[in-house]
Design a protein around this ligand. Structure first.
Ligand code: GUN
Length: 293
């Protein structure tokens, strides 16, 4: 049976360090890290995530701002809000919750966030720094940064000689995850929906990272015996067995089938999920430290 990687416990440990460092920054420089989250429209899942980000920011001792805009907000009005947050010295991190309503173009909005406040690591500057291996001066996307902490909890810092397969190639996760694994010396394969014989590509992985967006897509015969499996998926499905109207979360990995094959595996929930918000706090703290000089 695989070791279960306890993302909740690892995240709680990181949060404690962030709280301590936040208090130290405040004492030394009089600076309180400030995080602004912008949400447009009323998508229920997005509002749940954004509320969780604000709650955790306050727990860490941050100044937390949520800007909620109507679903019919114009591109110009959204960009005006981002411009104001860019200029606000009390705000060190700006995050625009995605996806945006379909009439809005997310690319120019994300790219106008000042790179030093881009706590999602989505700006071309931050993505480029990661691509050239500069992990010291940029900000790295929260979910891959958190997933790497879970990988390191099993394999340590040096992944030399290990094959890593990332399934999924989004800017928010797959691409930065592949770059982080490469930077840690893994031999990386970036697989995706157009990859031929995905199962056999995955079976070659010592570290298999699934971000397909398809619930329970990764089956037991996709997993090399003893491999580390990192599940980035979260799909909410009806769970009538839990009572009427109840739901539950499924990952991209068929957990029950893969657990006996893998060497280590992240559960859903309680694996990568708790790491994402934690790394958002870490990025905001880093941005505040840099701004404080
Ligand atoms: N929507 C789902 N995950 C994320 C994330 O990490 N950042 C942003 N901005 N939006 C998201």
């Amino acid at each position: 049976m695989a070791e279960r990687i306890d993302g909740k416990a690892i995240a709680a440990g990181v949060i404690e360090k962030i709280k301590t460092a936040t208090a130290e920054l405040n004492t030394a420089k009089g600076v309180v890290p400030g995080l602004a989250v912008v949400i447009v429209g009323d998508d229920a899942a997005s509002h749940t995530y954004v509320a969780a980000k604000g709650k955790r920011a306050k727990e860490c001792g941050f100044h937390s701002v949520q800007v909620t805009l109507d679903a019919d907000t114009s591109q110009a009005d959204l960009e005006k809000v981002v411009g104001e947050l860019n200029a606000d010295p009390a705000i060190h991190g700006v995050l625009v919750q995605l996806p945006l309503p379909v009439h809005l173009d997310e690319f120019p909005v994300i790219q106008m966030i000042r790179p030093e406040k881009d706590v999602d690591g989505l700006s071309i500057v931050n993505a480029g720094k990661l691509a050239v291996g500069d992990l010291k001066t940029g900000l790295i996307s929260c979910t891959p940064a958190g997933a790497m902490i879970l990988v390191r909890s099993i394999h340590g810092d040096d992944l030399s000689g290990l094959n890593a397969v990332v399934v999924g190639r989004s800017n928010l996760f797959g691409k930065p995850m592949g770059r982080l694994l490469l930077q840690a010396n893994a031999t990386v394969t970036m697989a995706h929906s157009r990859t031929a014989d995905l199962a056999s590509v995955c079976r070659n992985a010592d570290i298999l990272v699934a971000a397909t967006g398809r619930a329970e897509m990764v089956k037991a015969d996709w997993v090399k015996p003893g491999a580390t499996v990192i599940d980035v998926g979260i799909t909410r499905v009806p769970a009538p067995e839990r009572g009427e109207g109840r739901t539950r979360l499924l990952g991209d990995v068929d957990f029950a089938a893969c657990e006996p094959v893998a060497g280590a595996i992240t559960p859903v929930p309680g694996g990568v999920g708790p790491m994402t918000i934690t790394m958002l706090m870490a990025n905001t703290l880093i941005a505040a430290y840099r701004a404080a000089g």
